[in-house]
Ligand binder design. Sequence first.
Ligand SMILES: [Zn+2]
Length: 287
Amino acid sequence: MSAAIRVLPLTAGQCLGLAALTGRGAPWRVERYPAGFALILHPLHGPVLFDTGYAPRVLSAMSRWPGLLYGLVTPVQIDVRETAAAQLARLGFPPAGVRQIIVSHLHADHVGGLRDFPGATFVLDLEPSRSLLAQRGLRALRRAFLPELLPPDFLARVRPLTFAPAPSGLAPFSEAADVFGDGSVYAVRVPGHAPGMIALIARTQPGAALEGDGAGLSLLAADVAWRVPALRSGGEPHPLARLAFGDPVGERRSRAGVRAWLEVHPHARVILSHDLPEAGPEPVHVR
Ligand SMILES: [Zn+2]
């Protein structure tokens, strides 16, 4: 029987954005978008994070050029008590004890808290992410990347994901990385929104079958879509928002791949970074 994990979706801060850009037909009003991350409880590897959300250092970066442009486009709200590190500490997991953080992609709202976890290795799809990692200043900012958010020894602490032919239950994804080597969590490539972006397909019940209807599986789809119903139904983001993607063609292809997987696995729980997670078996109590 394959190992199973627990997934607790959490949020660290939020940004303000225009609802109309997140989906066709959505109203032209400013809405709050939580910066989601997830606590993964693995029986052997302990607490592992999928992204971190924001941290107050993002506000510092946005108080200076060129980061202040980011703050103008998407104003950020984050309190020191809301960081991933503070929440984990309250849940009984000292941040220094977090050994691994899986990074979906390098946008500021996903890596803002990395510096708060000094003992963590960063697990990501490194090669395609290098095109962002190489950017500085305005070029980086235009792609929602703020290099100063990364720890100075970031690259030395990276464990690159290794992709191999995927189990048939992950189709249409032909390649996947078995994150812990035990079949509990697979990473699949969903680039477009950002280079190197990954989604996770996790077994949250022992013995849940990848070939089944999705029961017992969770899909952590990062920024593949803004809203879960839109992802499930095939809704498109506003054309203006699509201009902001690094690779609009790849973005559409990745979203179609995730949707195709969901059609075959309708009972999988979907967790997007900026929407309320679908109901799951885990009660989450965070003060
Ligand atoms: Zn993003």
